[in-house]
Design a protein around this ligand. Structure first.
Ligand SMILES: Nc1ncnc2c1ncn2[C@@H]1O[C@H](COP(=O)(O)OP(=O)(O)OP(=O)(O)O)[C@@H](O)[C@H]1O
Ligand SMILES: [Mg+2]
Length: 279
């Protein structure tokens, strides 16, 4: 069961968009997917629109025990194949409150034990834009970490910081964690600046940069505004973004079949689709 933490240390680069795009791609394939919204902003929860849940993620983290996450799963408005563990306002106190203690990082991992693994073949963890307690808990619970960035001046630096953070959690709390790749979001195909930044990322992370980049299309905002997956937006932009997310989902599922040696280092342990194969 891949458990994929979607991370960036910068806000607004598209973590939630990528999480929801992957969830929509999974649903389109008939693959059951659970989205866990670990961001106090609750953007994924808003779009997935679950009914008011008796339990949410705050309760799960407050009293972590095996099976606690499964108990907090609510159905989403996207259909039976997409479940959600909703963000709640109380999550802000977890992110910005007192430090959780040495075992605090393991709360989500503990709560995920039990029924979740049996019922959900794919779990996506939408993280807040900081390396605070919630992102640490997500990385400690994940099998894979997907880094999201935009093709800007700060992309290289941001990706490097995120990969360092992943490696730190791997060493301290989760030896099974692997970087799943770098998704570049909001790319405009005809922008020389974006092409330059993509080239920089490809040179720095030839094995990690995922193809294709996610294009900058208004279909993404239309989908979120209509509370539907981007796969449901039948425009050229909707199809282009859906194709990118489907390719990234295929990559995640394919690599989940391959066991990853626990000692491999960031940057040398995955075989992302080579950039030469760009469509
Ligand atoms: N590929 C895209 N094309 C067009 N708009 C996009 C794309 N990706 C993201 N956006 C828009 O950019 C904004 C930020 O995206 P998103 O919420 O996914 O980022 P985030 O990294 O989750 O933000 P935060 O750090 O606040 O959680 C949203 O309004 C979203 O609709
Ligand atoms: Mg977000």
């Amino acid at each position: 069961m891949p458990v994929v933490a979607v991370v960036s240390l910068k806000g607004g680069v598209g973590k939630t968009t990528v999480t929801l795009g992957l969830a929509g791609a999974a649903a389109a394939r008939g693959l059951r997917v659970l989205v866990v919204d670990l961001d106090p902003q609750g953007n994924a929860t808003t779009v997935l629109d679950p009914p008011a849940a008796a339990r949410g993620i705050t309760d799960v983290l407050a009293q972590p025990r095996a099976g606690a996450l499964a108990d907090a799963v609510a159905p989403s408005a996207w259909g039976a194949d997409v479940g959600v563990v909703a963000s709640e306002p109380g999550l802000r106190a977890v992110e910005y409150g007192p430090a959780p203690g040495p075992r605090g990082d393991l709360r989500l991992r503990t709560a995920m034990q039990g029924a979740v693994a049996k019922e959900w073949p794919l779990v996506l963890l939408d993280c807040p834009p900081t390396l605070g307690p919630l992102t640490s808990a997500a990385l400690a619970a994940a099998s894979d970490a997907l880094v999201v960035t935009e093709p800007t001046l700060f992309a290289l630096h941001g990706a490097a910081q995120a990969l360092d953070a992943i490696e730190a959690v791997r060493q301290s709390a989760n030896l099974g964690l692997r970087p799943a790749g770098i998704v570049v979001n909001r790319v405009r195909p005809r922008s020389p600046e974006h092409a330059y930044r993509l080239g920089e990322l490809a040179a720095a992370y030839p094995q990690l940069l995922l193809d294709p980049p996610v294009p900058d299309r208004t279909a993404v905002q239309q989908a979120a505004g209509a509370y539907v997956p981007v796969q449901a937006v039948r425009t050229p932009g909707g199809r282009a973004t859906a194709d990118a997310f489907d390719a990234h989902l295929a990559h995640l599922l394919e690599r989940a079949q391959r066991p990853g040696p626990l000692h491999q280092r960031v940057g040398h342990d995955v075989r992302a689709k080579p950039r030469g194969a760009r469509r």
